[in-house]
Write a protein that binds this ligand. Structure first.
Ligand code: HEM
Ligand SMILES: *[C@@H]1O[C@H](CO)[C@@H](O)[C@H](O)[C@H]1NC(C)=O
Length: 535
C-alpha cells in the first residue's frame, strides 16, 4: 500500500519533471531569440551567466564589449545551454517597462521574495498590484514627504554626532557603510511605520530587526536546495532551510506589524477625525487611505496585505538607500573639487535643518545625488518574463545569420528579459565617453542628455520606470540629500585604502568590499575628519 503510494508520488513527480523539461526544450528550440547574434558559451553548465554577474559587479566592460561586437540586442548562453535575451535598446526596454502586465517579475524571484516580504507590493502582479499601488500612492507623495524630512535630519544629526565624537581628537577611519546601514534602518522604521529600531545608539537589536536580519542573512547563503523549489513549483511544499526561516520570520514580523497597526488605529480613533496624533509615517497614511470613505470595499487592502508592507519597506527601502549614500561619499572622495564645491554650497545654508523644498532647491547637491545614483545604482539589474507571445519594437534593427535585417524582435511566452540598469546608466553612446566618471557638472546643462529611457527619475534606470518603478524614489532622494547635507557640512572625507582596492559584491544591492581584506566582509572604510568651521 505504502509502496504503491510512494511509486505513484515518484511517478507523478517524474512525469511532472519530464513535462517541464520537454516544455523547456520545446520553448528553447522555438525561441526566435536563438537567431540573434551573441557570444558563445564558455562553460557547459553556467554558460555566460557567471561572467555577466561578475561584469555587473565590475562596472559593465564585458557588456559594453558584447554590444560593440553583436549590436544592442543580443543573445547570451545561460545555464545548461539555454538562450537568454540581453538588450540595451531603449525602445525595447521602454516596451518591457511600460507593458508591465505582459512583462512580469519571474515566478522564481517572486517566490523567493515572497518568503521575505509576504504578499506586499514588491511581489504581487496584475489587479492586486494595481490596487495596492493605488492605495499606497498618496503616502509616497510630495506633501507627505515634506512631513518626513525632519525625521531624516534628526537621524542624520545623530550619526553626525557619533562620528564627531569618534573623530574629535584626530581623523578617524570609519566603516561608513555599517553606520549608514544603521541610520537608514532607524529612518525607515520611524518614517515607514513609527517604529524605533534605535540601532544607532544601542547594540541590542529589537525583535523586529532580528527577525528581518535573519532572512536577509539567509539570502546571502542560499543553497541549491533553497533555489530549486523556486524554479520547480511542485517542490515548494518542501521545508527548505530558507523557506522555514522565512516563514518563521514573517510570523514574527506580522505579529509586530499587528501591534503597530493596532496602535495606529487607536491613535486615529482617539483623535476623532481621521487625523492621527502622530501618524505621519507611511503605514499610518496607508491605513488612512485604505479606510477613506471614497475607496470602494473591493478596492481595499486586506489586513495581511497591509502587514506585508512592513517587511516590504524594510527590504526595499533600507539597504538601497544606505549603499546609495555610501557610494555617493565614495565618489566624493574620488573627486575632491566636487566635495569642496558641495560643502561650500551646503555651508551657505543658514540652518542645520532646512525643509524639503529648501533642500531640493540646492542645485549642486541635486547634481551630486543624480550623478552618484547614475554611476552607482544600488540595484544593478532586474529581470522580467514575457507572459505571452509579443513583438518588441526596437530603436536599432538587428541582423540575423543570413544577413536579413529585422526592425522588431519576436519573443515567445516564457522569454526572460534582463533590464541592465547599471549598463544603461553607464552607456557611452548615451552619456558620452566620460560615462564611467563621476562628474556632477554634467547635470548642470539644461538637457544633460536626450535619451528615451523610461526612467522615473533623473533620466536613469536607477529607480526603474513604468507602472512598477520604485514607489519610494522621492523618499530616498530626499533622505540621501538630508544625509549628505548633514555629513558633508561637518566632515571632510578621504578613502582609507587605494581606490583600486574597493570591489563590489552583488546580492540584492551592490555592496563595496576591500579586495585586500575580503574576510572583513562588506565595508567602505573612509577617513573622516571634522571640517573646521569658522564660528
Ligand atoms: C536609493 C534607494 C532606492 C533604490 C535605488 C531603489 C530601487 C528600486 C528598483 C530598481 C525597484 C524595481 C525593482 C524591480 O521591479 O525589479 C524598486 C521597487 C520598489 N521600491 Fe525602491 N529603491 C530605493 C528606495 C526605496 C525606498 C526608500 C522605498 C520605500 C520606503 C522603496 C520601495 C520600493 C517598493 C515598494 C518597490 C516595488 C514597487 C512595485 O513593484 O510596484 N524603495 N526600487
Ligand atoms: C544592514 O542591516 C541588515 C539588517 O537590517 C543586515 O542584514 C545587513 O547585514 C547590514 N549590512 C551591513 C553592510 O552592515
Amino acid at each position: 500500500m505504502f509502496l504503491k503510494l510512494l511509486a505513484s508520488i515518484v511517478g507523478t513527480l517524474l512525469s511532472y519533471g519530464l513535462y517541464h523539461a520537454l516544455k523547456l526544450v520545446y520553448q528553447e528550440l522555438n525561441s526566435p531569440v536563438r537567431h540573434l547574434p551573441g557570444p558563445r558559451s564558455n562553460h557547459f553548465i553556467y554558460g555566460s551567466s557567471k561572467d555577466l554577474m561578475r561584469d555587473m559587479a565590475d562596472g559593465g566592460a564585458l557588456q559594453e564589449k558584447w554590444v560593440e561586437m553583436y549590436g544592442r540586442t543580443l543573445k547570451y548562453p545561460f545555464f545548461f545551454g539555454l538562450t537568454r535575451l540581453y538588450t540595451t535598446d531603449t525602445k525595447a526596454l521602454n516596451h518591457f517597462l511600460t507593458n508591465h502586465n505582459i512583462y512580469q517579475r519571474p515566478p522564481h524571484s517572486r517566490y523567493l521574495l515572497s518568503l521575505i516580504v509576504g504578499p506586499g507590493v514588491l511581489v504581487t502582479e496584475g489587479e492586486v498590484h494595481k490596487r495596492q499601488r493605488k492605495v499606497m500612492g498618496p503616502a509616497f507623495g510630495v506633501p507627505q514627504l515634506r512631513e518626513l524630512t525632519s525625521i531624516f535630519f534628526a537621524k542624520s544629526a545623530e550619526v553626525r554626532n557619533i562620528w564627531a565624537s569618534e573623530a574629535a581628537d584626530s581623523p578617524m577611519r570609519l566603516d561608513v557603510l555599517s553606520w549608514l546601514n544603521k541610520t537608514t534602518l532607524d529612518i525607515i522604521g520611524l518614517a515607514g511605520f513609527d517604529y524605533s529600531f534605535n540601532s544607532l545608539n544601542t547594540e541590542r537589536p529589537t525583535e523586529l530587526a532580528t527577525a528581518f536580519d535573519a532572512t536577509m542573512q539567509a539570502t546571502v547563503t542560499l543553497s541549491a536546495f533553497d533555489i530549486i523549489p523556486a524554479w520547480v513549483p511542485a517542490l515548494r511544499a518542501c521545508p527548505t532551510k530558507f523557506a522555514v526561516l522565512g516563514r518563521a520570520s514573517q510570523k514574527t514580523m506580522s505579529r509586530i506589524g499587528r501591534e503597530i497597526l493596532r496602535r495606529t488605529k487607536t491613535d486615529m480613533a482617539e483623535s476623532g477625525t481621521f487625523e492621527p496624533r502622530r501618524g505621519r509615517d507611511l503605514l499610518s497614511l496607508l491605513v488612512r487611505a485604505n479606510t477613506a470613505k471614497d475607496v470602494p470595499e473591493n478596492q481595499r487592502l486586506s489586513e495581511n496585505e497591509v502587514l506585508a508592507q512592513v517587511p516590504t519597506f524594510l527590504a526595499a527601502g533600507h539597504e538601497t538607500t544606505s549603499t546609495g549614500t555610501t557610494w555617493a561619499l565614495f565618489a566624493l572622495t574620488q573627486n575632491i573639487p566636487a566635495q569642496t564645491r558641495l560643502r561650500a554650497e551646503l555651508l551657505g545654508v543658514e540652518t542645520e535643518t532646512p525643509g524639503m523644498d529648501e533642500l531640493n532647491a540646492l542645485p549642486y547637491l541635486d547634481c551630486v545625488v543624480r550623478e552618484a545614483l547614475r554611476l552607482n545604482p544600488p540595484v544593478v539589474s532586474t529581470s522580467r518574463v514575457a507572459t505571452q507571445d509579443d513583438v518588441v519594437p526596437l530603436d536599432t534593427p538587428w541582423t540575423d545569420a543570413r544577413g536579413v535585417v529585422h526592425e522588431t524582435l519576436r519573443v515567445t511566452k516564457g522569454q526572460n528579459v534582463i533590464i541592465p540598469i547599471l549598463a544603461m546608466n553607464r552607456d557611452k553612446t548615451i552619456w558620452g565617453p566620460d560615462a564611467t566618471e563621476f562628474i556632477p557638472e554634467r547635470w548642470e546643462s539644461e538637457t544633460p542628455i536626450s535619451n528615451n529611457l523610461p526612467g522615473v527619475w533623473g533620466q536613469t534606470l536607477t529607480f526603474l520606470g513604468g507602472p512598477r518603478a520604485c514607489i519610494g524614489y522621492r523618499f530616498s532622494v530626499v533622505e540621501m540629500k538630508a544625509l549628505l547635507f548633514t555629513l558633508v557640512r561637518a566632515f571632510e572625507f578621504e578613502l582609507a585604502v587605494p581606490a583600486v582596492d574597493i570591489g563590489r559584491k552583488i546580492s540584492i544591492v551592490q555592496h563595496p568590499f576591500v579586495r585586500s581584506d575580503p574576510g572583513a566582509g562588506v565595508q567602505m572604510p573612509l577617513i573622516v575628519k571634522p571640517y573646521p568651521r569658522p564660528m
